[in-house]
Design a protein around this ligand. Structure first.
Ligand code: SAM
Length: 229
């Protein structure tokens, strides 16, 4: 089956499915050079990359969002499918790998997908005035365990805004482990819900900013990793 057919079979509207197919094909093509993803069959790509990425939007989490940042976007997931699915939202994607951000920038320009692409380490860029506590929603998938991930991502979330951590079946355990990190970063757990395509055990851990990020955070990566908050 073609990627387009797999996407429309998953309930995605034709225009969005066509754009996702074009981006998916670009990922598959570039994969031969750059090794961007293991997931390549149209069925798996539809489910594990596109439907998984936009499921939170289908659940209504982006209803009031104007700005979204995806940290550690890799080949553009979940940020690029979100930009396609939510054309009214300004989506920024960030990754520390230049080959990945170059791929996303070139592909999205060519396919007319409106995303801002930033190359850099999230903990190093977090205090830049254009990023610090500036986004309605930050998302991240498959980047780090939650007690580390919170320090990498939470500084981007504005007061009252949300962090959606795309997680697997270990979500509840990770949330427990990250309790103190969330508190120190000014984040409050809202809920942990099932998410993603049917027959997966994907979960979304949802946090909201209730206090400012203290001036000393985030720390350098070595410290974050070695000694989570
Ligand atoms: N989110 C994508 C997905 O779900 O397919 C990619 C996941 S990949 C396993 C993790 C990505 O996070 C890598 O591309 C890596 O370069 C990026 N990354 C890890 N730590 C980062 C950091 N501190 N700042 C920016 N990018 C980071």
């Amino acid at each position: 089956m073609e990627l387009y057919t797999c996407l429309t079979a998953q309930g995605i509207a034709p225009d969005a499915a066509r754009k996702m197919e074009e981006y998916g094909n670009a990922v598959a093509e570039a994969n031969e050079k750059f090794n961007l993803t293991r997931i390549l069959s149209p069925e798996d790509m539809a489910k594990s990359h596109f439907v998984d990425s936009i499921d939170a939007a289908r659940k209504g989490y982006f209803a009031e969002a104007k700005t979204v940042i995806d940290i550690g976007t890799g080949a553009g997931f979940p940020g690029v499918p979100l930009a396609i699915y939510l054309p009214q939202v300004q989506v920024t994607v960030m990754d520390s790998s230049e080959k990945k951000t170059n791929f996303i920038r070139e592909s999205c320009e060519k396919l007319n997908i409106p995303v801002q692409v930033v190359c850099g380490r999230s903990e190093e860029l977090a205090r830049e005035p254009q990023y610090f506590q500036k986004f309605d929603i930050a998302v991240a998938r498959a980047v780090a365990r939650l007690n580390v991930l919170l320090e990498l991502v939470a500084p981007y979330v504005k007061m009252g805004g949300h962090f959606l951590a795309y997680k697997g079946s270990s979500a509840l355990e990770e949330v427990e482990e990250a309790q103190s990190a969330a508190e120190k970063l000014g984040m409050e757990l809202v809920e942990v819900v099932s998410a993603g395509p049917e027959d997966t055990r994907h979960m979304l851990a949802v946090y909201r900013r209730v206090k400012d990020t203290p001036a000393k955070l985030p720390r350098k990566y070595g410290k974050i990793k070695k000694n989570p908050l």
